[in-house]
Design a protein around this ligand. Structure first.
Ligand code: GLU
Length: 473
């Protein structure tokens, strides 16, 4: 996805949004500065022997805020990454965790390389080497700093990180909690892979459920029937599109590196993925129109636009042409500050990243809890629930004289599995967090938008945590 560089850096963008919200508080300047800045920035280089020969790679781990420990955030594998980007993403993690009440500070890591240009063994060696650098400086550990997947990395890399860490700390009982997003067979939790996309769906569903807000945008209540454009068909974009489609939305366009496809009648998400796998491109999908330039998709006529690729995609340049009524930020930082001002004037509702894509870290929190408790969710209560529901059914049958069919009985008496509990916790978190932000927005007419309300909510929570620590009066 073309990522145009702008006059204001990504971290500066985040800080301008922070400042806009901080105006509505009366915290001392020192406290606000403490919240805003990065507490610790570790930048390093390391040599690795790859199939391309001996190489020296650059890595970072930025720990943004120690108001709560451990700090938490993904590791980005990208040839485009720089220190400013990692700082911005680490800061967003702090605010994100606060918004969804996940008790972590924020962090982010990166390795500057394109994993697609390396063999699997190379990626493994690089990942393990990067992990040892984190261990060396105490930038990883269950109570210190817990990485996760991000752009360019996934569960496979997290398994290597967990294994490397465990090798350095044999017998450490909570070692698996040093990283989240692991495969289920290696200490992961069910539902983590699709969590960010599912969270986006829950968040948008809740936003669209408010008839009053929808009326202001000229839309009807409910996600069902809304026309959605998705930028990015990676883990986040794919799952967001899939769950929105299942929830009744119509996916009218997809944008990727190679271009975009558009069909106002709706695209079947899995069929598009299959087509891309077979042909190497989303273009020439049967029945859809090809758009030559990928970024054109952002300007299509639709109700909801979900940028789920990289930062700084909706800019001052293209935002005047954006026709969506709602922007659902799946990626981190896809809308620049300048663009947001333009969108606000056009009465566009921006559902901000730090809330909308927080499903990933929320389920990471559940995984971390699972690792620390050493027990699968549902193991203690599933059968107990099943037999309790069964007894209720028997009692109903006896009083009514009617009996349930076997299919009905199975559906009603099922106890909750791990995946049911994870999804339920995620839905509760996303709907609760949305309503907190919306209430803040409604409480003061001077607060311009949901992003400012989300920042304000985060600042209040982090400031309270600092005050509880006794660091600030
Ligand atoms: N990289 C993801 C994010 O940006 C997930 C972070 C995590 O699970 O710690 O939110």
């Amino acid at each position: 996805m073309p990522n145009t560089k702008h006059a204001i850096s990504f971290f500066e963008n985040v800080n301008r949004n922070f400042d806009r919200a901080a105006q509505f508080t009366s915290y001392p300047q020192g406290l606000l500065e403490q919240i805003k800045g990065c507490n610790s920035v570790y930048s390093f280089q390391f040599p690795v022997r790859t199939s391309k020969g001996l190489q020296v790679l650059r890595g970072w781990r930025v720990e943004h805020s120690y108001h709560k420990l451990p700090v938490k955030g993904g590791i980005r594998y990208s040839a485009m990454v720089d220190e400013d980007e990692v700082k911005a993403l680490a800061a967003l993690m702090t605010y994100k965790c606060a918004v969804v009440d996940v008790p972590f500070g924020g962090a982010k890591g990166a390795i500057k390389f394109n994993p697609k240009e390396y063999t699997e063994t190379d990626v493994e060696v690089i990942t393990r080497r990067y992990t040892t650098e984190l261990i060396r400086k105490n930038y990883i550990g269950p109570g210190v700093d817990v990485p996760a997947p991000d752009y360019g990395s996934g569960s496979r890399e997290m398994a290597w990180i967990a294994d490397t860490y465990s090798t350095f700390y044999p017998g450490k009982i909570d070692a698996l909690a040093c990283v989240t997003g692991k495969p289920v067979a290696e200490g992961g939790v069910r539902g983590r892979t699709e969590a960010t996309g599912r969270g986006i769906f829950y968040g948008l569903q809740e936003a669209c459920d408010n008839a009053e807000d929808m009326k202001k945008l000229g839309l009807t209540r409910g996600l069902s029937g809304k026309r959605v454009v998705v930028q990015g068909l990676g883990n986040v974009g794919y799952h967001a599109a899939k769950f929105c489609q299942e929830g009744g939305a119509v996916i009218v366009a997809f944008a990727e590196y190679e271009g975009a496809i558009y069909d106002p009648k709706g695209l079947d998400v899995d069929a598009v993925v299959k087509h891309r796998k077979e042909t190497g491109s989303i273009l020439r999908f049967p029945g859809a129109k090809d758009l030559g330039h990928s970024l054109e998709a952002l300007e299509l006529d639709c109700d909801i636009l979900i940028p789920a690729a990289l930062e700084e995609q909706i800019t001052e340049e293209n935002s005047p042409r954006v026709k969506a009524k709602i922007i659902g930020e799946g990626a981190n930082g896809p809308t620049t500050v300048g663009a947001e001002e333009i969108l606000l004037k056009k009465n566009v509702m921006v559902v901000p990243d730090m809330f909308l894509n927080a499903g990933g870290v929320t389920v990471s929190y559940f995984e971390w809890l699972k690792n620390l408790s050493h027990v699968r969710f549902g193991r203690m209560d599933k059968r107990f629930e099943h037999s309790a529901f069964d007894k209720i059914l028997h009692a109903v049958e006896q009083t009514t004289g009617k009996s349930f069919t076997e299919t009905e009985r199975t559906a009603i008496t099922k106890g909750a599995d791990e995946i049911d509990l994870v999804n339920s916790g995620l839905e509760e978190t996303m709907t609760g967090a949305y309503n907190q932000i919306r209430e803040i927005l409604k409480s003061d007419t001077r607060i311009p938008d949901l992003r400012t309300a989300a920042f304000l909510n985060a600042i209040n929570k982090i400031a309270t945590a600092y005050m509880e620590l006794g660091i600030f009066p």
